[in-house]
Design a protein around this ligand. Structure first.
Ligand code: PDD
Length: 287
């Protein structure tokens, strides 16, 4: 089966799906995106992701010439054409193609660029990884000051993840100038204390307000677990009973080591795994 990618109105063969050189996404990262999980053919919390896409567009003053209401149809068609049962769908909107200029192009003459692709992922491999847990390292948060907007300006995150990989870790936890962990390079960061309270950074402009993060909060309420939105330091994290990360691509992924120091004897924590396994019960599923 050949894969296709939606680019501005048509489904193009994977090898031929391209953006113009002067697309604002390539020159300026003048673009925002979303990643939605697909589980058993269902889109997980799709509406929340589309709401956040609308917010990101609004924050960068980009009003597309198409209705965002068309996106669920294209997502559905992309999933169907690419026969994805478990995986993810990626949605990106840029300010379109225009002669390179820092000033916005005239929106009436410059249609936004919409790309959407759906991709399968190895569901079993993720479960195996979750049972083993992942290692994280800590690094200074050198990103711009608005990571709450889901833009494609991800170079600092790419470099952080690559550094983590070089040190045998799967994620980098980023810390601010006061030593507080903000979030991961591409995930939200959580710790669990001895009282089984979940702690994560508040949804300020310093982090992306994750949709999976919200789902974990819903699940925690059902399990009668307390969650607290407050910053925590690297030291507090290293003393935690458990830790985990959340993202649409990872769900709840237990953390076993921070900078090489083991948590929970280097094993995935029971509360983290419980949250992972019940997560979908509290998610909104779209066929
Ligand atoms: N990233 N924080 C950052 C910086 C992220 O990039 C992500 C997700 C999250 C978690 O958000 P959500 O739970 O809505 O996926 C937090 C996606 C998965 C990515 O860029 O691939």
């Amino acid at each position: 089966m050949s894969r296709t990618i939606y680019v501005n109105g048509s489904y193009q063969p994977y090898d031929q799906a391209t953006l113009h050189v002067e697309d604002r996404a390539t020159l300026f990262s003048d673009s925002v995106y979303e990643v939605v999980e697909i589980k058993n053919g269902n889109l997980i919390d799709q509406q929340d992701h589309l709401d956040r896409l609308a917010r990101s567009l609004n924050e960068i003053s980009l009003t597309p010439d198409f209705s965002l209401n068309t996106i669920p149809f294209i997502i559905r068609e992309s999933v169907r054409r690419n026969r994805v049962r478990n995986g993810m769908v990626y949605i990106q909107v840029s300010r379109g193609v225009a002669k390179r200029d820092f000033i916005f192009p005239n929106p009436d003459m410059t249609p936004a660029t919409l790309i959407i692709f759906a991709r399968s992922s190895n569901f079993i491999a993720k479960e195996v990884q979750a049972s083993k847990g992942i290692k994280v390292i800590t690094m200074p948060d050198i990103r711009w000051k608005r990571p709450d907007i889901k833009t494609t300006g991800l170079l600092a995150s790419v470099l952080a993840r690559q550094t983590a990989k070089g040190q045998g870790a799967a994620e980098a936890w980023l810390y601010d100038e006061n030593g507080f962990i903000t979030e991961g390079a591409a995930s939200n960061a959580w710790i669990i204390n001895e009282q089984d309270e979940l702690i994560t950074h508040p949804a300020t402009t310093a982090i992306l307000k994750g949709i999976t993060r919200e789902g974990v909060m819903r699940a925690a309420k059902q399990l009668q677990l307390t969650y607290i939105e407050r910053p925590f330091t690297i030291e507090e994290a290293k003393q935690a009973k458990e830790a985990f990360i959340t993202a649409a691509t990872n769900l709840v992924m237990p953390v076993t080591h921070i900078d090489g120091d083991p948590l929970n004897n280097g094993q995935s924590g029971a509360v983290s795994l419980r949250l992972r396994h019940i997560f979908h019960e509290f998610a909104q599923l779209t066929k």
